[in-house]
Design a protein around this ligand. Sequence first.
Ligand code: GDP
Length: 442
Amino acid sequence: MSKKYTIAIVGRPNVGKSTLFNRIVGVRKAIVDDLSGVTRDRLYEKAEWNGVKFSVIDTGGISSSDDVFVNEIKEQAELAIAEADAIIFVVDGHNGITQDDELVAKVLYQSQHPIYLAVNHLDNIEQHDLIFDFYALGLGDPYPISAVHGIGVGDMLDSIIKDFKENEDTNASDSDDEDQIRIAIIGRPNVGKSSIFNALIKQNRSIISNIEGTTRDAIDAQFVDDQGRVFTITDTAGIRKSGKIIESTEKYSVLRAQMAIESADVILVVIDASTGIQEQDKHIAGLATEEGRAVIIVVNKWDAVEKDNYSMQQFTDNIREEFKFLDYAPIMFVSAKSSQRIDKIPDMVVAVDNNHKMRIQSSILNQTILDAIAVHPTPTRNGKRLRVYYATEVAVAPPTFAIFVNDPKLMHFSYQRYLENQIRENFDFAGTPIRLRIRARK
Ligand code: GDP
């Protein structure tokens, strides 16, 4: 299947959404936030079933916290409708249909996407009769499951994947064209993502604006720049179009960013010059590096700041200080409002995309490493010296280098950093992370 599908899990609190999420995605990875030291559960993960890859959203973790409970479960159901291709609605098999279940169901009736009703906590087959109560929700055949024990989950996933495949046949999409560069614009709310999206579309020839997703609301557009290059761009505005409060929550911004990053080559991380850098900017920017994408930092609303000759340098210094993990990303100062420098974005996107996919000949790479070692000899530990035998680029996007050594434990972090810097000095990897894999020579 070419299209990436997303499944959202909804339901009132404490029915087992989170357990089911973990059951489907395997062990949930926590985001350890380097900046605050806080560990956060991921609400969005990639998963695979019978060789088919998809993503799963745990809507339970996403809510506008100051909101009343009833709105919260409604919002989560609305989010699922806006973002997912299929929805798993979880209820508690031992409680019958509650008022809250009915509330969720009412929202879900508006969904164009298939809904799978999972009746949870049915730990053994004798309890399976309990599913019959739930036909009254009017959502078709319920699936008896036990998220804790993993019972029934596989059968439900079989059905979901089967439906995806059938849907795919009738919705052949050709948006996976290799020749185009896919751009995602990420950033916290109100930094100007949509404005940049619109400015880019307006300045360039839009060939198809709003490509219909197979089932989801249209969020992509395609444009050709003055040199005939084709770009696909994702507007991460998302659910906002239906005017929901949830849009402004941090967790939702992170979710949107994660979804956009997944299907892009180059990420524009947008910062608002008028407000300066905020904690949330760092969280969102960190996601792009995690996934190894090419990144450009776009400082928007440059029209709105009072400037002197030093402003750009000061802002740059500030970004370098706050976004240490993005030291390779070029910085652009733009205004979506006046369109200032918006026309420079496509060139920069192409440049970082090329760097992201660049292949370095092994002979040239090894010469670089040898030269680096000649200037700074390899470290020793307990009288044993690190020996570097050979380096080769094993992958692109991001460029990944295997370095074969006598003993990987002798590779000190600072020396690895030095080698990485030497590679960057000798080759233009602006805008792309590079990865070094230290391997023992076999
Ligand atoms: P998004 O939530 O990141 O997509 O942000 P929007 O594109 O909706 O913009 C948020 C607000 O900032 C809107 O009121 C825009 O008019 C305003 N805005 C966007 N870009 C600029 C800009 O370059 N300069 C100024 N002064 N305002 C801008």
